[in-house]
Design a protein around this ligand. Sequence first.
Ligand code: PLP
Length: 394
Amino acid sequence: MDRYISAESLVCTLRPQRPVSCIRPKAAHNAAQYFLKNFPGHTLYAVKTNPHPYILKALYNAGINQFDVASLSEVAQVRENLSKAEINFLHPVKNRAAIERAYYEYDVRSFAFDSITELEKISASTNHSKDLTLLMRLSVSNRYAAHSLHGKFGVTSATAVTLLKDAAKRCERLGLCFHVGSQCLDPTAYRLALQKIKKITCTANIPIDIIDVGGGFPSLYPGQNPAPLADYFSEIDTALTEVSLPNNFETWCEPGRALVAESGSIIVHVDARKNNLLYINDGTYGGLFDAGLLGFRYPVKCLGRSGSTDLKPFIFYGPTCDSLDVMPGPFMLPSNITEGDYIEIGITGAYSSALRTPFNGFDKLQEAILEDAPMTSMYTSADSTNTALNLCKL
Ligand SMILES: Cc1ncc(COP(=O)(O)O)c(C=O)c1O
């Protein structure tokens, strides 16, 4: 893949007519190292967030060797790129054949479940093997998340104890996991979830080997104001001390967004301008799903006009014919931006290229590596709150 020192230099060289999906492997590396150094336990990567081989390798080279996957394709993708990585199949509802192939062909031993039927399915598909690690997914509040994942998965407290005791008989290692929702803006969410776990483990009174606090750790989108990651980690650490756990127990987390958001940028071309509406060549059906469906804002800059201080709020329209292909922003850009300009849209490394569709024929894009720093970062300052507050003013 071609490398450029910055988005500006890429645009000067290529004048691209298609969107360019840019990867900053160093940003993924830095985020991984931050988690490995500061999270009080093991860090897994949630592959669905961005399964690009460059990203998988950047994280692995930084020291992450456990991966959370949602499908057999992701199992294969990880194994193809990282032959020694540990793969954990933590989607709570899986296809029987996928479990079987994951276990027998790819050496996967850890699986999540959230019902008796899934538990029995895992047992049957692995020929009742006892070398399994089974993690029960608990339903927890997603109220602090910008993107709630609530409702689809998770055992409620009423059935948790019985199911956990049943699982204990079928595995070598037993765990509990949860997800507080993506882009969780308040560490309190993890404490509340761990308090729920405390009650369940006290009642069940069986040894727990793993508590997996899931993903949900935030990234720095303009207008959102997450606490520094260190606050999340200390909240988790403190809440865990209140759960009675055996000495050899492990804490896991499985972030996606926080590890890779900063490693992506998309360079788009302005195809037309109508007042405050910019028609760009990527959108909701392309790499900007979160900006369209969730209304997330991204940091933006008009390339070649870095000195411009006369900024105005713009709405983006994507290239398809569908009116859902709108990204309300607002995105602050030079007031004189016009057709033919290029915009770098930053921190698009999470849930971006992974969600790209061929709708209307707009899935053709270029890829490149950028060597400079991401447009914003949770990882540059010891107190990332300051950076977050500055971003809110954008
Ligand atoms: C089981 C599981 N783990 C981890 C993640 C990653 O979450 P996030 O990107 O919010 O960190 C997800 C996201 O959907 C998930 O479903």
